[in-house]
Design a protein around this ligand. Structure first.
Ligand code: SF4
Length: 287
């Protein structure tokens, strides 16, 4: 099954920048941070701007973390920008400015979890390690386990299942990793899988079983954005991004009518290190 996915992917995949063989490891790391919770189409332009401005980890490490938060703009979940900045500092200080290739060293970087560490090792350095994202989880659930949805994460089992699919040759394994992600993103989609176009249709356990309805536990769902603390945090950060000088409290107070919720969001941003108090107002972090 893994070889067939590799051949399908090699025969014609989308030309995503971070899939190019000569794309720098730093670019792969930045793209994986951005892709964690943001769709591809929104990531591509921001990634190009980011790498033009900070072509190496040392370039990003040299500016205040608030600049990373400002440049993150509206990609969402801005703690990723702070973590990426902290990772650039760690890479510069501990690894001589070179993104490490070892999964354990990658895992020790701020904001790098099991998925991102393996994605960088596999796609930037060609290591034969299983890369499991939400799309891979869905393909595994259907094709291998014969269930319609992946349900809550089963990290160890899913790594083992993916590893079993990887060809022995690291270059082919890289294609299988990327191809399984692509298959889940473009063919084996959550709502409408296109089994007629699927390279592993005749081996798919879920299809062979007649597509039984999923009865297992549901994966946790994200709460709606509108009216949430996330929306309030987003409004505050948008105001701070647009201002080089600290924004006074009375201007922040105009951003949201529910004063308690606004205060909670503001305190959360300060606690997360995304906002600093200083010089008579609130600003993006300078240190
Ligand atoms: S046959 Fe259909 S359900 Fe099975 S892996 Fe392919 S697209 Fe997904």
């Amino acid at each position: 099954m893994g070889e067939r996915i590799a051949s399908w992917f090699a025969a014609g995949h989308r030309p995503l920048p971070w899939r190019a063989p000569d794309f720098p490891a730093w670019g792969v790391l930045v793209s994986e941070f951005m892709l964690q919770q943001t769709p591809v189409a929104r990531v591509i332009p921001r990634l190009e701007e980011w790498l033009a401005r900070w072509p190496t980890p040392a370039d990003l490490a040299a500016v205040p973390p608030g600049e990373a938060v400002r440049a993150w703009d509206r990609l969402g979940y801005p703690r990723r920008a702070l973590n990426l900045h902290a990772a650039s500092v760690a890479i510069t200080e501990r690894h001589g400015g070179i993104v490490p290739s070892d999964v354990d060293e990658l895992l020790a970087l701020p904001g790098v979890g099991p998925y991102t560490a393996r994605a960088v090792a596999a796609f930037a350095y060609g290591s034969r390690v299983p890369v499991v994202d939400v799309n891979v989880r869905r393909v595994l659930a259907r094709a291998v386990r014969g269930v319609g949805e992946p349900g809550p994460a089963r990290t160890n089992e899913e790594h083992a299942l993916t590893e079993a699919l990887l060809p022995a040759d690291p270059a082919r394994a890289r294609l299988t990793n990327a191809g399984t992600m692509e298959l889940g993103q473009t063919v084996c989609t959550a709502r409408a899988p296109r089994c007629d176009s699927c390279p592993i249709a005749d081996a798919c356990a879920w299809r062979a079983a007649g597509y039984p309805a999923y009865t297992g536990p549901a994966a946790p769902r994200q709460k709606p954005y509108a009216g949430s603390d996330r929306e309030v945090r987003g409004r505050i950060l948008r105001e701070l991004r647009a201002n080089e000088l600290p924004v006074p409290r009375d201007r922040i107070a105009q951003l949201w009518t529910d004063a308690d919720q606004l205060e909670r969001a503001l305190r959360g941003l300060v606690a997360d290190g995304l906002v600093e108090i200083g010089d008579g107002g609130f600003r993006l972090p300078m240190h």
